[in-house]
Design a protein around this ligand. Structure first.
Ligand code: AMP
Length: 542
């Protein structure tokens, strides 16, 4: 027997409709790409999103067609998200930090028909446009006054384009399992892979993000997503914030410490979210200028491990540091390190210990850890295993790839290695390909990196395994120092000594000008492994 409840498909555009109706005057503030701060509201975003839908529909964009965006976090970009999804087209966010060849590959794989771009990316796109024949037209997120001359096909300024619509248009209706958006994983190995979110998965994910132990913003809060809309589904914030009526502050193209600080401060931001490198820049700027952020209550940090020293810096500011783990394939929320009883009563180092785990999953994410044969290993906080997940917002396949990605029980292998303790707190040890295998035992590069960046002179650290004749692999610590400091290998080794098992201690330390990053801000270990592949450790003869 079926329940007698309404058939109310979970469609993304219902979220902006709700925001417009219930929180219509709530502000969305943008640092525009042209420069000035621009203020708009959910009601206006809703109205303009309908115009985007109307214009795309008029151009013959149909259910299932791909419309790409390559753009910063701005209100205009958000309007486009809802406008694209509102007619059942697929919003394909392209990461502009990818190499131009990767952008070409991704756009051709997705067969995007329209490309919506910021002024910033016109020069890159002009160089590669002839290699992306599926793109019929380019829409530039600006007005006539700022629109440059460009060779991009059928290019039009967004504001001029929107003027042709009267907004007298109704969203399309379709099944909630219809694809809404796509995002390619940056793929450090093999080709990038397209993750295809559905309307249903995005709406359910927004509800997951809204719980108090997750991102948990309310109508009275202000959220600044430093995490770009083009990175892992914007961590769901493009849906969760409007669904709650939370004020949004969109940082545009400027993500340096000073610019992010300025917006956090002037807009009295209560919640913000981004990767550790962003917080590193913010904290360095604040320390240098001796600044505070009295309104900031929560910093969500994920994408890479949040170092304990960073967590402490935010906690010392009176702000909650919410360490999160997830991935593009998970929409992306996987776990968050909120403090559940009895850990909420912890203080000092013990509290920091708990906060620096990757946390536990919200309802809607199931996880397990297994050995290589696929057998579950215990949740004892010690046994490492492959981390596997399932849930309504977790991928079951990649776009146009014919490979099975789920195990017999329907779990997706994340490629991460982790421990889980009896209270369900998970701790990432490594990407399975980054874990260092020393004499048959595993050493966590993440733990070593976190410890090293706790040293006051170290800005960023990366650990890779390098060849050792006796142990197969031993850890090499690669450090980028803070500006204008000098430091020796021994200073850092002394600092680390006693804080980890002796056999985990790096065999050597090298200092570099800059640690390379991927397009999503993660340490680019493949480049470091390449650079140091012939590195000879001082004790390698042992
Ligand atoms: P992406 O799909 O680009 O967001 O990358 C997902 C991967 O980033 C995960 O599988 C992890 O390897 C890594 N990652 C994300 N969050 C964390 C975290 N808090 N700690 C350690 N690794 C993380």
């Amino acid at each position: 027997m079926l329940g007698l409840m309404q058939d109310w498909p979970l469609l993304c555009h219902r979220i902006i409709e709700h925001a417009a109706q219930v929180h219509g005057n709530q502000e969305v503030v943008t640092r525009s790409v042209e420069g000035p701060i621009v203020r708009t509201t959910y009601a206006q975003i809703h109205r303009r999103a309908l115009k985007v839908s109307q214009m795309l529909d008029r151009a013959g964009i149909k259910l299932g067609d791909r419309v790409a965006t390559i753009a910063w976090n701005t209100a205009r970009h958000l309007e486009c998200w809802y406008g694209i999804m509102g007619i059942g087209a697929i919003c394909h966010t392209v990461n502009p930090r990818l190499f131009p060849d990767q952008i070409v590959w991704i756009v051709n794989h997705a067969q995007d028909r329209v490309m919506i771009t910021d002024l910033t990316f016109i020069p890159i796109l002009e160089k590669i446009a002839d290699k992306m024949p599926s793109v019929e037209r380019y829409i530039v997120l600006t007005d006539a006054e700022h629109m440059p001359q460009t060779t991009l096909k059928n290019a039009v300024a967004y504001e001029e384009w929107l003027k042709e619509a009267d907004g007298d248009f109704a969203w399309k209706s379709f099944d909630e399992n219809t694809a809404a958006a796509m995002c390619y994983t940056s793929g450090t190995t093999g080709d990038p892979k397209g993750v295809l979110y559905s309307h249903r998965s995005n709406v359910l994910h927004a509800l997951m993000a809204n719980n108090g132990d997750s991102l948990g913003t309310r109508a009275s809060d202000t959220m600044l997503p430093v995490v770009p809309l083009f990175h892992a589904n914007s961590w769901g914030i493009a849906f969760s914030a409007p669904s709650m009526g939370t004020k949004l502050v969109m940082p545009g193209a400027k993500l340096d410490g000073a610019s992010v600080y300025e917006l956090l401060s002037t807009e009295k931001v209560t919640h913000t979210a981004g990767v550790p490198t962003v917080w590193l820049m913010l904290l360095q700027y604040m320390a240098k200028e001796k600044l505070t952020l009295p309104d900031l209550r929560m910093v969500v940090c994920g994408g890479s491990a949040m170092p304990r020293s960073m967590i402490k810096a935010f906690v010392d500011m009176g702000c909650e540091a919410r360490h999160a783990w997830g991935m593009t394939e998970m929409s992306p929320i996987g776990t968050l390190a909120a403090l559940k009883p009895p850990f909420d009563k912890l203080e000092g180092d013990e509290r920091l210990d708990r906060l620096s785990t990757q946390g536990y999953p919200p309802f809607g994410v199931q996880m397990k850890i297994t050995d290589d044969a696929g057998t579950d290993v215990p949740w004892d906080g010690k046994t490492f295993g492959r981390l596997k997940v399932s849930g309504p917002a977790v991928a079951k396949a990649y776009y146009r790839v014919d490979t099975e990605i789920l195990d017999d029980q329907g779990f997706f292998d994340t490629g991460d290695v982790a421990t889980v303790d009896a209270d369900a707190y998970m701790r990432i040890t490594d990407r399975s390909k980054d874990v260092i295998k020393s004499g048959g035992e595993w050493i966590s590069s993440i733990d070593l990196e976190n410890l090293a960046v706790g040293h006051p002179k170290v800005a960023e650290a990366a650990v890779i395994g390098v060849y050792h004749p006796k142990w197969d692999e031993r850890p090499l610590l690669i450090c980028q120092l803070k500006p204008d400091v000098t430091c020796t290998r021994d200073e850092i080794l002394q600092y680390m000594d006693g804080k980890i098992a002796k056999w985990w201690m790096p065999d050597d330390i090298v200092f570099v000008e800059a640690i390379p990053h991927t397009a999503t801000g993660k340490i680019l270990k493949t480049a470091l492994r390449d650079q140091f592949k012939t590195y000879s450790l001082p004790n390698a003869a042992a």
